[in-house]
Design a protein around this ligand. Structure first.
Ligand SMILES: [Zn+2]
Length: 127
């Protein structure tokens, strides 16, 4: 936010927030990122402490980010399938636009699992 206000000193706080939220999820409010609740985590697969390939250098960032991406080589799809199966079995839910983003108990998890309520929400500013 500071970077934007320095670069665009004439922008209002609301305009800056709107611009910043094009790149990152809101930190509060009804549609805040599940990360802000403790109900979401970004994950990847490791084998013996080393990163397992989860994306292709031949695809764009956006193409790689999609959880279901048929353009990926078969071995990468299999790596993702292994991770997805384990996390789904544990009750987590994936944000389909980011293969690495998984939730349990946040509003997005509740919505994807057709739950009436979420377990975790954003704590309002207490300072
Ligand atoms: Zn995330």
């Amino acid at each position: 936010m500071k970077r934007f206000s320095k670069k665009y000193p004439n922008w209002s706080k609301d305009k800056i927030i709107k611009e910043v939220e094009k790149y990152i999820a809101p930190s509060n409010g009804k549609y805040a990122s599940g990360h802000m609740t403790g109900g979401a985590i970004d994950l990847r697969l490791l084998k013996n402490g080393k990163k397992v390939p989860m994306k292709s250098s031949k695809l764009t960032y956006q193409e790689n980010a999609k959880s279901f991406q048929p353009k990926l080589p078969q071995y990468i799809q299999e790596n993702r399938s292994m991770m997805f199966a384990a996390l789904k079995k544990a009750g987590l839910s994936n944000y389909p636009k980011e293969y690495w983003h998984w939730s349990y108990g946040d509003i997005w998890w509740a919505k994807r699992n057709k739950k009436k309520t979420a377990i975790y929400g954003v704590i309002k500013n207490i300072s």
